[in-house]
Each structure stands twice: as C-alpha cells, then as structure tokens.
Design a protein. Structure first.
Length: 411
C-alpha cells in the first residue's frame, strides 16, 4: 500500500517506494539483506490460551452473561461505530491534518506509515501523540515483518531479518526472537503487528511472484513449512502482548502481479480447500486475534469480486476455519486494486462481505470510508447490524489489548 512520499532503502543502491499492510515494494526491486540476526524469549482470538486477559465474544447487547462490548456499541452513534471499523494511516510524526482527522472522525485505530529511525523512545513519543489526539483508546498497528518491510528502526529495535531468513531458525528460536521484537513494539506503544506473511509461494514461482517470493517475504514453499513458522511468530508476539495478523488471506503465493500496482491481480489456482490455507488454520488454532484479507481476485472461489469484497471468500474464514476474531483488510485507500471503487463505497463493500477493520493509509479515503459506511448503514438495517457486530468485535480486541473495558454482565 502506498502512502505520501517515498522512503529510501538500500537495496543494491536502488531507492524503493514503501508500502503498507501488504507492505510491498515496486516490481523489479530485490529483497534486502538483514543487517543482523536476532538473538534471544497474546491475546487469544479463537484458539489457545495467551499471556493477556481475554474478553468473551460478541454476545447480544444487554443479554445476561453477554459481553458488554455490545452494550457499549449500542450506545454509540452510527458514525462512532463506523469509525471503529476504519484504520487511518499516520506517516512519520503526527501532523496537524492527521491530528485533526483523528479528532473529527474518531478513528478507532491507526497504522504507522513511513520507515523511521526514531527508535523505541522516539516511537513511543509518536504513539503518545496519536493517543492524545485520538482520545486515548486508539489501536496502533504497524507493518514490521523484517527485511525490506520494517517500519520501525533505530535504538531499541533489533534488526529483523527477512521472513526467508527467519525461516532458517528453529521454531523455538524464531518464537524467542519474535517475542523480543514484540516486546520492543509494545514498549513503543504498538498493539498490532500486521504480520507474519502466511502466503505459500510454490518453489517454481518464487522468482515470478512479485509481492512475496521475489522480495524474500515468504516463510517457505510448502504449506507445512509456512504454517510452522507463522505459528512460531504468532506465539512469540502473543507472549509479548502484541496481536498478530497473518496475511494475505486466502493466499498471494500463486499470483504474479502486485495488488498495490495492478488493477486486477488474478489467482486461478487457489480453491476453498487448498492446502495453502493451512498456515491460517494453524494460526487460528494458536489463538491469533486478527487475519488480513487481500484484494486479489480468486476465480476458483468467487470470480465476481476481489477477496476483501467477497462474502464467499470471507465465509471460508468464518465458517470453514471457524475464525471469530477481527478480519482486517489490506489497503483500501490508495491500492490500485480498489481504485475503480469510490472511496465511500469501499468500507461498505468490505463490511457487508463480513470484514471488520478496513485499512486506508491516506486520510481522505479513510474519512470517506467512515462517512460512506455510516450513511449507508443509517438506511439499511441489515448493514447497521453488521456494523454493530464488527464494532463489537473490534472493541473486544481492544479489551484484550488493554485499550477498552468490556466485561461480562453477571446474569
């Protein structure tokens, strides 16, 4: 996903444009080498236990024993509910326009954009400013995969190798390293890492797969290898109190093009029961809180809509894989894949399809998504119910991360 302005990465001396969520670099760029290898030691969504307190699910508001996140949502205006479902981007230090947008639209979450060298202490100042502007309950996310995709750098942040190099570690060492990386992010005021990449790129496509394989962002070439490493990273983040978001569901490993730069990237291989879904299945079993869905088209699943706008694709997550956590979108703000859909309609299509938290890395489309979603839901009871359901789910995640309080009612 692109954002305002370029960043420079030392990749064979070539400047690369930074992206978010999907976090790719332009076609033709090569993956960078990690400067060093890490050394060293979550909130459960739908699976196993974690180190953070858990909140119960998304029960009926007011019902005995239900989660009061539903009651909180019921007391919010439609605009406030919609604002919980859109993640706005902040590039570098919070500027006046971004602060004003946070205050005006009440965005419930923010993604940190731009590669910075602020270190842990400087990043904490940055996230504190966001919390002050946003009212103190803002969920803060970042793309911190390692290798080329490493937003947070500087003193206190251990250099993270690429996923391809992380995969050379044993699962135990990778979990320990991921816990260290997660603790550094948590200390800096970050709650959610939009990682790890769970895409399975077959060995014969590593050299042609632009978004993952060619950039060293993959954890292996088989579902089993990728799943093992994804679970190791998720577990480490959980131990550090950081939520993870495996991506890009259902799989970007079979495509050639990049959804940030191409209008329609098509996968004509992946099906609803492909083996490449295994990393998501195992991450869900491990209790991952969020999963990111991509914006490629999957003709063997739903030829009529990109994944993020497809009820059929999202039903695989909800029904087949029994995921009850937060479904996050890849960028719906400036990505080429959604450019032909008016910004005000993107949030509507995503939430109507079953998604919960849509990313828009620029302020203008983010604001349009909130306004469009609130306006559409005001005249559509079915959509209003979906908005409330997703807002309740997001607040439950915030409770697990210590940003909100949704305790069960004793019936």
């Amino acid at each position: 996903m692109t954002r305002r302005g370029p960043w420079v990465a030392s990749v064979a001396g070539v400047a690369a444009l930074a992206l978010v969520g999907c976090a790719q670099v332009p076609p033709g760029s090569a993956p960078g080498s990690p400067t060093s290898s890490p050394s060293g030691s979550m909130p459960g969504g739908s699976g196993t236990t974690s180190s953070l307190p858990t909140a119960s699910g998304t029960g009926t508001p007011g019902a005995p024993g239900s989660n009061t996140c539903g009651d909180l949502v019921a007391g919010m205006s439609m605009s406030e509910q919609a604002a919980e479902l859109v993640m706005m981007g902040v590039t570098g230090d919070l500027d006046a326009a971004e602060a004003a947008a946070l205050a005006e639209h009440g965005f419930g979450s923010v993604i940190l954009m731009g590669n910075t060298e602020h270190g842990v202490a400087g990043t904490k100042e940055r996230t504190d400013a966001i919390q002050e502007a946003g009212g103190g309950e803002v969920l803060i996310a970042v793309d911190q995969e390692g290798g080329l995709v490493r937003r947070l750098r500087g003193p206190g942040f251990t250099a993270m190798p690429s996923a391809a190099d992380q995969a050379e570690m044993t699962p135990e060492k990778l979990t320990t390293a991921a816990e260290q990386w997660g603790r550094q992010m948590a200390e800096a005021g970050v709650h959610l890492d939009l990682a790890p990449v769970a895409d399975v790129v077959p060995a014969d496509k590593v050299g042609t797969n632009e978004p993952i394989g060619k950039l060293g962002r993959g954890y292996g070439t088989t579902p089993e290898a990728v799943a093992q490493n994804v679970v190791a990273v998720v577990t480490g983040f959980q131990r550090a109190g950081i939520a993870a978001s495996p991506k890009h569901f259902p799989n970007l490993g079979e495509v050639v093009g990049n959804t940030d730069f191409a209008a329609q990237v098509v996968d004509d291989v992946t099906t609803a029961d492909s083996a490449s879904l295994e990393p998501y299945r195992q991450a869900i079993a491990a209790g991952v809180d969020t999963v990111m869905v991509g914006t490629a088209w999957y003709t063997q699943i739903d030829p009529d809509a990109p994944a993020a706008f497809s009820p059929t694709v999202l039903s695989i997550l909800r029904e087949d894989l029994a995921f009850d956590g937060v479904i996050v979108s890849d960028d719906l703000g400036v990505a080429k894949a959604v450019a032909d859909v008016p910004a005000a309609e993107r949030g509507v299509r995503f939430v109507r399809a079953g998604g919960d938290l849509g990313i828009a890395v620029d302020v203008a489309p983010a604001a349009a998504m909130v306004e469009g979603l609130a306006a559409a839901a005001a005249g559509d009871p079915a959509l209003a119910e979906r908005v409330a359901e997703s807002a309740t789910r997001v607040l439950a995640l915030k409770t697990r991360l210590g940003l909100a309080t949704c305790e069960r009612v004793v019936g």
